[in-house]
Design a protein around this ligand. Structure first.
Ligand code: CMP
Length: 140
């Protein structure tokens, strides 16, 4: 199995409810290592750039306003097949469709306020990690 890195964001609905530790316990229990981490408050402009791939979607404005509403925790997870593993641990985007035991099934409030983000492919992971972290901040 390939060791990969993926970007994870703990979103404002989760930081507001003090769920950072509970969410990260799920990642660590699944064998993912947090190799970089910081708590930041995104500006709307930063959120818009990060989610630019969704610029034409009807939920884009709501998504960017939400992501800039309160602090987030951005982090890099590392492990065997980390991109797919992270998505498995997060569960489906819409918590109504998420499997029992996943982060979104347990914690997400709605499809928009769904507690966590994770990269969806290797190229996206590279781009998303470099949006938030320099090489020097990836400490292994
Ligand atoms: P995320 O994995 O961060 O990637 C894009 C985000 O857009 C997604 O999680 C959801 O939070 C959000 N999103 C997707 N579909 C909708 C929707 N129908 N309404 C509001 N937000 C959505």
């Amino acid at each position: 199995m390939a060791t990969e890195r993926t970007l994870s964001i703990i979103k404002p609905d989760a930081t507001r409810r003090n769920l950072t530790g509970k969410i990260n316990a799920k990642f660590e229990d699944a064998g993912l290592r947090i190799v970089a981490q910081k708590r930041i408050h995104l500006t709307e402009a930063q959120a818009r750039t990060f989610y630019k791939v969704h610029a034409d979607r009807p939920f884009y404005e709501e998504l960017c306003t939400f992501m800039a509403s309160e602090p987030v925790v951005v982090q890099v997870l590392e492990g065997d097949n980390a991109i797919a593993k992270n998505r498995e641990v997060m569960g489906a985007t819409n918590p109504a469709d998420a499997d029992a035991g996943t982060i979104r099934a347990e914690f997400a409030e709605s499809v928009g306020e769904n507690s966590v983000h994770g990269s969806d492919a290797p190229e996206t992971a590279r781009d998303e990690i470099s949006y938030f972290f320099s090489g020097l901040e990836l400490v292994g």
